[in-house]
Write a protein that binds this ligand. Structure first.
Ligand SMILES: [Zn+2]
Length: 141
């Protein structure tokens, strides 16, 4: 591979997150960051991201003109949540936290209508809200 690829932050209408500067690869970790604390969640996320970035092959993922991103509500809150956890700019942090909380509450409401298979996600939501409350405190320092 001759080009030097980099891990870059991407913001589109449908996607906000980390991707490759040279191909269509994006980091789509399944599930919310895990960890007992904010720092641990962040570290786990970054480790996983860096690992997957190293392993991907640019040639396998040529940039498509129209990337078909399946719209998935569950993914949406997780993306917003991740964006909040990983936001390093304090002036934007509060906004990110609020975006994520709004998406989570919305999701939470729709989950409560179909509680049968939402146990796992509900757990992730509870954890995410807790981490967001820590972030909110940090943003207000
Ligand atoms: Zn690539």
């Amino acid at each position: 591979m001759s080009t030097l690829r980099e891990l870059v932050w991407i913001e589109h209408d449908h996607f906000r997150g980390w991707g490759c500067s040279e191909c269509a690869w994006v980091f789509n970790s399944s599930g919310a960051p895990t960890g007992k604390s904010l720092d641990e969640s962040k570290r786990n996320f970054e480790l996983q991201r860096d690992k997957e970035f190293k392993l991907h092959v640019c040639a396998d993922r040529p940039r498509a003109k129209s990337q078909s991103t399946k719209h998935d509500v569950k993914q949406d809150w997780e993306k917003l949540y991740r964006a909040a956890v990983l936001e390093s700019d304090r002036s934007k942090l509060l906004q990110r936290v609020e975006d994520a909380e709004a998406a989570i509450l919305e999701r939470s409401r729709s989950l409560s209508k179909s509680p049968a298979n939402s146990g796992k996600e509900q757990e992730a939501i509870t954890r995410a809200l807790y981490i967001l409350s820590l972030l909110r405190a940090r943003a207000g320092d």
